[in-house]
Design a protein around this ligand. Structure first.
Ligand code: XUL
Ligand code: CO
Length: 462
């Protein structure tokens, strides 16, 4: 692809950008499409493990992994933190909130998706287009950028994994959106979701995500929790009804997170989300989008959250990232740990992922400010997942973990175990059984260390 900045210019660049452009002259001028070169390659701009066409368990890696770039971190993150402003050099971006700049940025994003060879992207409404002075102006801005997204999707074949509405950044959402104490804010949020659903539908989005950014509380003293949760459920039912009305058949997803920005978020973990969905008769319409760093903030492992959702038919998609062991907040780092990706893929292979995907809800560090770092970050994440996929598939092929689990629970395959599992025993019958038997038969070893060694063995060979 041509790599001249000019191809993105609807408008002349302003002075600031021209100056920045001297540093890095175009979007990604020196980068060709990233290709698979194999594990021996030391080319930092090649995949060592991700070979999109390689078959694993009867499907290509591309079909299994459904890699997704997220627009907000990769194209909107500035590198700002609570102690300092932005650091990112993004020569294509004129730093304004103009619609023209947003449209140019969208074209750059597609150059990135194509060069990285990812099949999907995901966005919030407000990542892609600026807010206007009124809701109707904001909607018009969004439409103007969605025109470009649609055009670029058609040109490149890159698809939308999911859309979502940002209902947490604007000050109006200080008390939440669907759970706000202000009925006008609920109303605004409903209008925003209606539009976001229309746009997601127009772009052929395969899912629609709700992350309850401020759906929770800072103080339980001032919170009517029951009323807020009732409102949240009503809001979701409205979204389901409207999706039916417009013919949107994508999967609805809720993304659990326990805290940040609020002290307590209602969607705190997979268990809380599934309980909420059941209590409000939403199980048929929603699954979960499980995010690694959210799982760890909730005090769980990613594997736990995935398994908990998966075993109840509630695993929809994943936001792939990682936290930092030494920091207790949502650092949203790119995942590079093979143990993490292997564990994740073990569960995803078991339950399946489509129409979900592996969305890199991850951002480069503030110090990694060059456009090139965006490539390194995604290549590392994609390779780590491809490697995790291969290791998990090898473990599954040999039933290396499964055999130990089957053996561990084998007592349940006995006549007694089967009678309990099929519901034909009560406390009286069980008492009679144990009175007759007198004592339990011996326990089996849990073999935890052996299992950890087995995983290491597959790390070495896969
Ligand atoms: C925030 C987060 C969001 C959601 C989409 O922690 O993960 O980016 O994924 O709103
Ligand atoms: Co996320």
């Amino acid at each position: 692809m041509a790599s001249d900045t000019k191809q993105y210019d609807d408008q002349p660049l302003n002075e600031k950008v021209c100056e920045m452009s001297k540093l890095v002259t175009a979007a990604f001028p020196d980068i060709e499409k990233i290709c698979y070169e194999g594990p021996q390659s030391d080319n930092p701009l090649a995949f060592r493990w991700y070979d999109p066409e390689e078959m694993v368990e009867g499907k290509t890696m591309k079909e299994h992994l459904r890699f997704t770039v997220c627009y907000w971190h990769t194209f909107r993150a500035t590198g700002a933190d609570p102690f300092g402003g932005g650091t990112m050099i993004r020569p294509w971006d004129d730093g304004t909130e103009s619609v023209e700049n947003a449209r140019n940025r969208a074209r750059v994003a597609f150059e990135f998706f194509e060069k990285l060879d990812v099949p999907f992207y995901a966005f919030h409404d407000r990542d892609v287009a600026p807010e206007g002075k009124s809701l109707s102006e904001t909607n018009a801005n969004l439409d103007a950028v969605v025109d470009v997204l649609e055009e670029e999707q058609n040109r490149s074949g890159v698809k939308l994994l999911w859309g979502t509405a940002n209902m947490f950044s604007h000050p109006r959402f200080m008390h939440g959106a669907a759970t706000s104490c202000n009925v006008d804010v609920f109303t605004y949020a409903a209008a925003q979701v209606k539009k976001a659903l229309e746009v997601t539908h127009r772009l052929g989005g395969e899912n629609y995500v709700f992350w309850g950014g401020r759906e929770g509380y800072q103080s339980i003293y001032n919170t009517d929790m029951k009323r807020e949760l009732d409102h949240l459920a009503q809001f979701f039912h409205m979204a389901v009804d409207y999706a039916n009305e417009i013919g949107f058949t994508g999967q609805f997803l809720i993304e659990p997170k326990p805290k940040e920005p609020t002290k307590h978020q209602y969607d705190s973990d997979a268990a809380a989300c599934l309980n909420f969905l059941r209590a409000y008769d939403l199980m048929d319409h929603f699954k979960l989008n499980i995010e690694t760093n959210h799982a760890t903030l909730a005090g769980h492992s990613m594997m736990h959250e995935l398994e908990y959702a998966g075993m109840q038919g509630g695993l929809g998609s994943i936001d792939a990232n990682t936290g930092d062991l030494l920091l207790g907040w949502d650092t949203d780092q790119f995942p590079t740990d093979y143990y993490l990706t292997t564990q994740t893929m073990l569960v995803l292979l078991k339950y399946g992922l489509a129409p979900g995907g592996v969305n890199f809800d991850a951002k480069v560090r503030r110090e990694s400010f060059e456009p090139l770092d965006l490539f390194y970050a995604h290549i590392g994440g994609m390779d780590a997942f491809a490697r995790g996929l291969k290791i998990a598939a090898a473990i599954r092929a040999d039933q290396a973990i499964e055999n130990l689990i089957t053996d561990r629970y084998s007592s349940w395959d006995s006549a007694l175990g089967q009678r309990i599992e099929n519901g034909s025993m009560g406390l009286k019958e069980l008492e009679a059984t144990m009175l007759k038997q007198g004592e339990c038969s011996g326990n089996k070893s849990g073999r935890q260390e052996l299992l950890e060694n087995i995983v290491n063995r597959y790390m070495d060979k896969a």
